[in-house]
Design a protein around this ligand. Sequence first.
Ligand SMILES: *Cc1c(COP(=O)(O)O)cnc(C)c1O
Length: 398
Amino acid sequence: MQQDQTSAPEWEFETLAIRAGHRRTHEQEHSEPIFPTSSFVYGSAAEAAAKFGGEEPGNIYSRFTNPTVRTFEQRLAAMEGGERCVATSSGMAAIMATALALLSAGDEIVASRSLFGSTVSLFDKYLGKFGITTRYVELSNLEEWEAAVGPSTRLLFAETPSNPLSEVVDIAALAEIAHRQGAWLAIDNCFLTPALQRPLALGADLVIHSATKYLDGQGRAVGGAVVGRDKELEEVFGVVRTCGPCLSPFNAWVFTKGLETLNLRMRAHCENAGRLAEWLEGHPAVARVHYSGLASHSQHELAGRQQRGYGAVVGVEVKGGREAAWSVIDATRMVSITGNLGDVKTTITHPATTTHGRLSDDQKAAAGISEGLIRLAVGLEALEDIRDDLARGLDALV
Ligand SMILES: *Cc1c(COP(=O)(O)O)cnc(C)c1O
C-alpha cells in the first residue's frame, strides 16, 4: 500500500497547498475527509486513560482537537512556513486568542493605525479593560514605530498592505524594532495570504488570518488562524482549548479545499486588479488610484520587493466627493455592493460611510478616507465585465 505522506521538506508551495496535512482513513478516500463529531471513543478504559493523560496522542473532544481541523492547520502552517498553526472560529478570535495567550495586565501593544475596525475595538475596548494598552502609529513610518516602542511593549501588530489605501510597512525592519525590545511582531496577512507574502520568512513571529477572506475565497464560511513557532502557538492553543473559540470541522474542510486553489486564485486576482487599476488611473472621472502595483504608488518598490504580488484591493478616488462616489456604486449592476472582500465575486463599497463610518471626520482625514473614495476588491469575473460595470457610472461623471 502507498504510504501516506502529509508533507515533505522539499515540496514547493503549490504542492503543499494541495497535499500538506492530508492523511487518509482506512477507506482510502482521495479527497480530505470531514469528521463532524464532538467527541471521540476508545477501545478500552486503559486507552481512554492514556489519551486523557497525554501519554498517547489522539483526539478527545473537538474543542481541543479534530482531524479535519488538524489537516487545515498543518496545511496552512506549511504554506506560511510556520512550525504550527492553531485554527479559530473567526479572524477576530485568532487575534483575541493571540492577545490572551501572550499578554498580561500592564503590557503594551504598538499597532498600525489603519487596522481592521474590530481589531481596534478589541484592543481599546476589551483588552483595555484588563490593563493592556495600545498605541497607534502610522503604518509605513518606521521612526514612529521605533519611538512608540517602550519597556512595556510586548507586541507589535500590523496589517500590511493596509485597507483600502494599500500602504505597506517593511516587515523585516519592523521585526528588528520588535526584537530589539524583546517584543513579538504579529502580521495580519489577510489581504495577501501566503501565496503573495510570507511574513515569518521576513522575521515576523506570528501570522494572523481571517480565513473568511481569500483562504476560503468564495464567501462560504467564517474562520481564522494563527501561525508561528511551537512555543507561542502552544500558548495560543491553550487559550482556544480552554476558552473555546475553536473552528468547526465543516468550516475547516471548506478552508482546506479553498487552500488548494489559493495560489491560482491570488495570481488571477492580482492580474485583474492590476489591469483594472491601470484603466481606472487613466479615466478622466478619477482623481487618484491607490494600488501598490502602480508605479505612481509611493511604496511601489518596497511592495514589489517584499510581496509576490500586489493583491486585489484597489482604492479609487473619484472627482466630486460622496455624491459622485455613490453614483458610481449605484450605477453598477453586477459587482456586489458590500463591505466584505476576499471573494471571487468583485465587491464595491464606500469606506467613509460603511467600513470606516464610525471614525470621526478628523480620524477619516488622518486615515486618508475621503468622501470620494471607493474601495474595490477585484474578483475573478472577466476584466471587461468589471470594467463595463464601473464605466457606466464613471463615464456619466465626465
Ligand atoms: C475580516 C478581517 C478580520 C476579522 O476576521 P473575521 O473572520 O471577520 O473575524 C481581521 N483582519 C482583517 C484584515 C480582516 O479583513
